[in-house]
Design a protein around this ligand. Structure first.
Ligand code: 1GP
Length: 254
């Protein structure tokens, strides 16, 4: 029996209380330091629960210095969302150990995990086993290309549900329904609703959430934690709108 660490417990408790959460995704490969500082200034006034750090193309040095910087200048937990096995930093609070269960690339199901396991144990990080489900989202995304996997068809909710259930049966503690960073289309609301209804573990939804309306749609469909990155790189003030949306949510406890 796995005992959840403190950050997983926080997410589980929020789900039980019907209090959706917000994670701001920082891609160190894309975000310059002054843009990050501006985003942090806005985030300090918002209902941000976590910073996720990761990306498909980020270099290890930029990755490590971004994690250090975040830990130094702001109080919210920093959770690693690694784009590859080099994106590990013991300075963070936790790491989503992603298994790309929508795909059939053995390296991303278990291979990279075997290579990284000794370093993960040594790091002392809270490790959160997470099922990662990539959903087709219009045009080809970096994550679909880099992972050499076929995303789930957008209109096949039953496949998404069966995949998420299989991940849950295997003991994964979170599910991440992902359209891909910078996705043209976010995960369809019907799919979020169907997967959320089938799961006992918390559901993260991200990719292509670029407006308050899309944010609200994912929230109302049942996402327990919303991940937003790309849109905030371009329009950091959107974070205020997303935060208002969470605080307006009927059962959000402030
Ligand atoms: C990517 O789900 C996250 O893994 C966030 O996506 O950058 O499109 O917001 P965006």
């Amino acid at each position: 029996m796995m005992h959840p660490g403190i950050h997983l417990q926080t997410i589980q408790t929020a789900r039980e209380q019907g209090r959706p959460m917000l994670a701001v995704l920082i891609d160190p490969g894309k975000m310059k330091r002054d843009a990050l500082q501006e985003l942090l200034r806005i985030a300090a006034q918002c209902a941000v629960d976590f910073f996720f750090v990761g990306g498909s193309t980020s270099r290890p040095d930029a990755f490590a210095s971004t994690v250090s910087f975040l830990k130094e200048v702001q109080p919210k937990p920093v959770i690693l969302f690694p784009g590859n096995e080099l994106q590990i930093s013991a300075e963070a609070d936790a790491l989503l150990l992603l298994s790309l269960i929508s795909g059939r690339n053995p390296e991303l199901l278990i291979g990279k995990h075997v290579a990284a396991a000794p370093a993960l144990v040594r790091s002392g990080l809270e490790i959160i086993p997470t099922g990662y489900l990539l959903v087709e989202s219009g045009k080809l995304t970096s994550v679909a290309y880099m992972s050499h996997t076929l995303p789930l068809p957008r209109d096949k909710n039953e496949i998404a549900v069966a995949t998420a259930l299989a991940g849950q049966l295997l003991g994964l503690q979170l599910m991440y329904l992902e359209a891909g960073s910078g996705a043209e289309l976010p995960v369809p609301v019907e799919m979020i609703r169907a997967v959320r209804a089938a799961l006992n573990v918390p559901l993260i939804v991200g990719g292509g959430i670029t407006s308050k309306e899309k944010f609200k749609n994912a929230l109302q469909a049942g996402a327990d934690l919303l991940g937003v990155g790309n849109a905030l790189e371009q329009h950091p003030s959107l974070l205020l709108e997303f935060s208002d949306c969470l605080l307006e949510h009927p059962v959000r406890i402030r």
